[in-house]
Design a protein around this ligand. Sequence first.
Ligand code: AMP
Length: 197
Amino acid sequence: MDKYIIIGPQGSGKGTQARLLSDSFDFVHISIGDIFRWNMVNHTKLAARVTRIMNEGRLVPDEIVEEVVRQRLEQHDWNFGFVLDGFPRTRSQAEYLFENWNLDKAIYLDIPEDVVFGRVMQRVAEGQGGGFTKRLDDNPQALRVRLQEFLEKTQPLLRLFEQKGMLVTIDGNQSIEGVFESIVANLGLQTAAAKSR
Ligand code: AMP
C-alpha cells in the first residue's frame, strides 16, 4: 500500500498530478479542498464553519481539517494506497499524519513564485470569462492570502519531510506529462504495461 502526500503552492498542478497518479495506479485521490467544496455546495454544517475562511484564502483551523482527514481515511477504501492532496499544510497537521498514518513519501512540486502567480492569474481571468467553474477564492486578494499562508505555514514543513527521508522534490515548471513522468520515476512506480513485461 502506498501512502503519498502532494505539496505545492496554488497553481503548482498538485490537483492534476494527484488525479493522474490515482488514475494510473489505482490510488484513492483525497483532496481536502474538494471535500470542503462538496460541503459548501450541499450547505452542510461543516460548510457553515469553513466557507468564509476558505473564500478569504485562509487556512481552515487544524482541528476541523484533521477531523475531516481522519473520517475520510478511516473509510479504508484505499486498497492500493492514497494520494493526499492539500494536506498537511501546517505543523500540527503534519504531526497528526506522522502519529496516525504511515506515510511513504511527500511529493513537493517546486515552482518559482512568478510562474505560480502567472498561472493563477490566468485562472482568475478564465474564471471571469465564465467558461470555467469559478472558485470564490480565485480572486487576487484571496490568492495573495493563500500564497502567504503557503509560504508561512506549509513550506517550512519541507524540512520535516526531508529529515525523515520522505521528501521527493519535483521540478513543477514542466509540462503536465513531464511532471508526471518525473514523479513516477522518482517514486519508482511501475505502470501496468511495465509490470507485464
Ligand atoms: P485547495 O483546493 O487545496 O486549494 O484548498 C482550498 C482551500 O481549502 C484552502 O485555501 C483552505 O482554505 C482550505 N484547505 C484545504 N486543505 C486545507 C488544509 N490542509 N488545512 C487548512 N485549510 C485547508
